[in-house]
Ligand binder design. Structure first.
Ligand code: UD1
Length: 334
């Protein structure tokens, strides 16, 4: 298949490109490089030894979307492009709604015009809001606690409406838990601009002594050691889940939401201590107040992914910590 990867230079998009190419698929990529850089595309080519067409453009640009579908024979779309910072989404909600919602509509309209009806959407476990219990399965009630999360939820709903109106579409909503780690080449990985929001990039910065100390947001949660528990998943496992999803909708007309997680919850302290041990590096930390909006525990029931896609995560926490660290070391040297 030829798959259009939106946001293909981003953290998860770039890893998905590698796995798609390694699985023998062809790709076409576009990215506006708002939160990524064109070099990433060269690195994908170097890692895989394969070439592909890439466009620098914005998903809000209708003419550009039209051009991509006119110039290529696209079979399916994997949609990663979008803004993703929770805090920023609270400060600039209109920017988030405009970009994420309108951008997705522009892509879907171009797809409809060109009769391309296979779509894999980059959703998030954030659509479960504050879950009533763990592990979380796909039938849990959905809600959002911030504008970023609401854009994910709204797009999921738009896609369900689309499928209800025309069941010749085939759509998978992949709900990611907490992606970390990097490709083993250490040529691509997560490279947030400015001060990171998420735990692993923050640990990397402290280990690299670019920031003095990791603030652990709360040690009074009702969890094994009082710190927040999450389902961290290696980004390469996550990317492989996307290949399985695209291959699934090649054969079925359906809409399915599917969790991509390991099914295991680790606390912030477990994460930090594992990172220090496997990398033999210090990470100074202090406990501070809880971060507003954070939940105590979040981890997946990943059985549906196994049942439908024959996918399960392979890499453990040690590998996630090692690959995150080695990527950050190599990124610093560059
Ligand atoms: C966050 C977003 C979520 C988004 C996901 C993307 C919030 C409230 N949620 O999830 O919507 O889909 O990122 O990956 O922002 N922590 C610290 N110190 C830090 C950073 C994090 O202690 O400097 C803790 C958090 O309190 C949490 C855990 O580490 O317990 C993971 O945090 P993070 O990596 O930001 O992910 P989520 O909050 O799960």
């Amino acid at each position: 298949m030829t798959i259009l990867v939106t946001g293909g230079a981003g953290y998860i998009g770039s890893h998905a490109c590698v796995e798609l190419l390694n699985s023998g698929h062809d790709i076409v990529v576009f990215d506006n490089f708002y939160n990524s850089s064109p070099e990433v595309l060269d690195r994908i080519k170097e890692i895989t030894g394969r070439s592909f067409l890439a466009y620098e453009c914005d998903m809000l640009d209708e003419e550009a979307m039209e051009r991509i579908f006119s110039e290529n024979k696209i079979d399916a779309v994997m949609h990663f492009a979008g803004y993703k910072a929770v805090g920023e989404s609270c400060e600039k909600p209109l920017m988030y709604y405009h970009n994420n919602i309108q951008g997705t509509l522009t892509i879907l309209n171009a797809m409809a015009r060109h009769n391309v009806k296979k779509f894999v959407f980059s959703s998030s476990a954030t659509v479960y809001g504050d879950p009533q219990s763990v592990p979380i399965d796909e039938t849990f009630p959905l809600s959002a606690t911030n504008p970023y999360g609401r854009t994910k939820l709204m797009i999921e709903e738009m896609l369900r409406d689309l499928y209800a109106a025309d069941n010749s579409w085939s759509i998978i909503l992949l709900r990611y838990f907490n992606p970390v780690g990097a490709h083993e080449s250490y040529m691509i990985g997560e490279n947030p601009k400015g001060i990171p929001n998420n735990l692993m990039p923050m640990i990397n910065k402290v280990a690299q002594q670019e920031l003095p100390v990791l603030k652990i947001f709360g040690n009074d949660y009702n969890t094994k050691d009082g710190t927040g528990v999450r389902d961290y998943i290696h980004v390469v496992d996550l990317a492989k889940g996307h290949v399985k999803a695209i291959e699934y909708i090649e054969n079925y007309n359906t809409i399915e939401s599917i969790n991509l997680g390991t099914g295991k919850g680790y606390s912030v302290l477990e994460m930090v201590h594992t990172y220090m041990r496997v990398n033999n590096v210090a990470v100074n930390y202090i406990f501070t107040d809880r971060r507003p909006g954070d939940i105590a525990e979040c981890y997946a029931n990943p059985e549906k992914a196994l049942r439908l896609l024959n996918w399960k995560a392979e890499y453990d926490l040690e590998k996630m910590c090692r690959d995150s660290y080695l990527w950050s070391v190599s990124a610093t040297k560059r």
